[in-house]
Design a binder for this molecule. Structure first.
Ligand code: SF4
Length: 155
């Protein structure tokens, strides 16, 4: 009963934490854009939080660099279970233009499991909203409404 209540609360109002693991900042600006009144991600109950300890969804932009790898893992480990990860932008999905660079590990899924991939360079705010809403469908167990790719390591 309590688990069902928690699950319902998470779907009704999932909390996000945003982390730049090496992005050029264009994707980050688009993430911020989704939270402005123009695109208004909050209409789906989604709130941006400052700490991973309060977050259900990690929105990660950029490739994972050597400098940010350990920090990304630490942030992921600090999130309570069940936790979900969204890779925002082509760099976060695959490494993008930085793929193969000496200082880059690759996409986010090279380091932690990813539940949803939203490609684009930079990714558009409406694509971010679409991806997050589809992830909510996935959390709900609504597979038909969620044609997102999913990593086999996903939670
Ligand atoms: S996907 Fe494009 S805009 Fe986003 S971080 Fe990579 S290079 Fe920058």
């Amino acid at each position: 009963m309590l688990k069902q209540l928690i699950k319902k609360s998470r779907i009704s109002s999932p909390w996000l934490v945003h982390f730049n693991s090496g992005a050029c900042n264009a994707c980050d600006i688009e993430v911020v854009d989704t939270l402005t009144p123009r695109f208004d991600l909050e209409r789906f109950g989604v709130l941006l939080k400052a700490t991973p300890r309060h977050a259900d969804i990690l929105v990660c932009s950029g490739p994972v660099t050597r400098q940010t790898r350990d920090r990304l893992i630490r942030i992921y480990q600090q999130m309570p279970e069940p936790r979900f990860v969204v890779a925002v932008g082509s760099c976060a999905c695959t490494g993008g233009v930085f793929h193969g660079c000496y200082s880059v590990h690759g996409g986010v899924d090279a380091v932690i499991p990813v539940d949803a991939y939203i490609p684009g360079c930079p990714v558009r705010p409406d694509a971010i909203i679409d991806g997050v809403v589809k992830l909510l469908g996935k959390i709900r167990g609504d597979t038909e409404a969620c044609p997102l790719q999913s990593n086999s390591k996903a939670i």
